[in-house]
Design a protein around this ligand. Structure first.
Ligand code: VGL
Ligand code: ZN
Length: 183
């Protein structure tokens, strides 16, 4: 049987206990770790929000968010429980252009310059399991792009955290209607 491919979206300190701490984040990390130990997915791909200091999404530049996931800071790091699973060839950085908001992991690039779509096609992926933060933003945008790119998408609802609970529930509902499996 083919291995399960897991995509872990933005499980970074600023979204867990930092400037944009999301509701449910600690549980999302421990549930993701439990999923990894139980299901042994392979490979595990990671998305990392990775902003320059004066990014357009920050309030000082007129954006909606406090500064977060600034390149080179602790807040931009993957949670230490998950970091050992992150391989450079399967880690995609997004939000590096100071002038563009990028919620979808599809806009990210690995160190070697590959996109998530490129790597998933090379892996001959059919289905992708998704865990991450925040449900309403990066998780939803990434899951929708996966679906548009032809993959079956299963979102692990126990492995999510959110900015706003109502927004989280609405996003789950919308994804389900679009054909994304909510597990
Ligand atoms: C995200 C807000 C700002 C996300 C990233 O990854 O969901 N949300 N930057
Ligand atoms: Zn961001």
């Amino acid at each position: 049987m083919k291995d399960k491919i897991l995509l872990v979206v933005d499980m970074l300190y600023d979204f867990i206990d930092g400037s944009m701490a999301c509701e449910g984040a600690e549980d999302a990390v421990s549930e993701t770790l439990a999923y990894i130990r139980k299901e042994k997915p392979f490979p595990i791909l990671f998305i990392r929000d990775h902003h320059p200091e004066a990014h357009c999404s920050f309030a000082a530049q007129g954006g909606p968010w406090p500064p977060h996931c600034v390149q080179g800071t602790h807040g931009a790091d993957i949670h230490e429980a998950l970091a050992p699973y992150a391989e450079p060839e399967w880690t995609f950085f997004k939000g590096e252009d100071p002038a563009r908001e990028q919620y979808s992991g599809f806009e990210g690039r690995s160190e070697a310059g590959q996109s998530l779509s490129e790597v998933l096609h090379l892996l001959e992926a059919e289905e992708v399991y998704v865990a991450g933060i925040a449900t309403e933003y990066c998780v939803r945008n990434t899951a929708e792009d996966l679906l548009k790119d032809g993959f079956r998408v299963s979102v692990l609802s126990g492995c999510l955290a959110w900015v706003d609970r109502k927004g989280h529930e609405e996003a789950l509902q919308a994804m389900a209607e679009e054909g994304i499996r909510i597990l």
